[in-house]
Design a protein around this ligand. Structure first.
Ligand code: PGA
Length: 263
């Protein structure tokens, strides 16, 4: 059985001290679960100090962003190469980056390729805006985002990628409308179908697909129970250690129930 992956996206929050306090609380509240993988995505500045504070058996680390070139005259940027020894994952193509920082499909594609080239697993975020959903363009948008982003990868590499389906309208930043698990399931199925068509059935089963968008300790159970959903990308609720620990606990409980069910 796949491990459930729960990712905390702290976004541009927490000073080094605040992050350290939060990590301390998370250590106290979250036990080591073999069936759940918990990954923290702090801001770049905090990444290094946090990396020496965390128990690697409990928490993995992700970057929230990096630049696709490995080194050179790119003032202000940090490359995937520089993050190699620090993180296992990097969030790529988050809607806040696509919308606020004008990251195009091609920029996201280059970042996914750079991430993989440097041995970092991309957590590729895809999702439609409210308007695109209203205009029935959800499938087209998801299709274009996935096909372009994975363009430079081999099937083997694609099977390692994590895809986070985050409908823009459901993210707290952009309104945080409550998404119905049934609607999420349809899109997750569609994502797997895309992967199956492009890279084969085996890859589509191996690829991990997460849900993200206002996931908190109240809604986690419903989203994590969706067939084909391998975990969650959590924004605002991940800044509250109790809420985040409850989400991890829910993931663990569901895994446990499922393994008992399968004997
Ligand atoms: P949210 O953010 O949980 O605050 O909606 C999710 C995300 O942006 O990844």
């Amino acid at each position: 059985m796949k491990k459930t992956l729960i990712v905390a996206n702290w976004k541009m929050n927490l000073s080094t001290h605040e992050a350290s306090v939060l990590v301390h609380r998370l250590h106290q509240t979250i036990p080591t679960h073999r069936s759940v993988e918990v990954v923290l995505a702090p801001n770049l500045l905090v990444l290094q100090p946090i990396s020496v504070e965390i128990d690697r058996h409990k928490f993995g680390l992700a970057a929230q962003n990096a630049y696709h070139r490995d080194s050179g005259a790119f003032t202000g940027e940090v490359s995937y190469t520089m993050l190699q020894d620090l993180v296992h994952y990097c969030i790529v193509g988050h809607s806040e980056r696509r919308i606020y920082f004008n990251e195009t499909l091609e920029v996201v594609r280059d970042k996914v390729a750079a991430s993989v080239r440097n041995g970092i697993t991309p957590i590729l975020c895809v999702g439609e805006t409210k308007q695109e959903r209203t205009e029935n363009q959800t499938k087209q948008v998801i299709h274009d985002q996935i096909v372009t982003a994975l363009f430079r990868l081999t099937s083997e590499e694609v099977s390692e990628v994590v895809i986070a389906y985050e409908p823009v309208w459901a993210i707290s930043t952009f309104g945080g409308e409550v998404a119905k698990p049934h609607d999420i399931k349809l899109v997750i199925d569609y994502i797997r179908k895309q992967i199956a068509d492009l890279y084969g059935q085996r890859v589509s089963e191996e690829v991990r697909v997460l849900y993200g968008g206002s996931v908190d300790d109240q809604s986690a159970q419903a989203y994590l129970s969706i067939d084909g959903c391998d975990g969650a990308l959590v924004g605002s609720a991940s800044l509250n250690y109790q809420k985040f620990a409850n989400i991890v606990d829910t993931a663990y409980r569901l895994q446990h129930e499922e393994s008992e069910h399968h004997g």
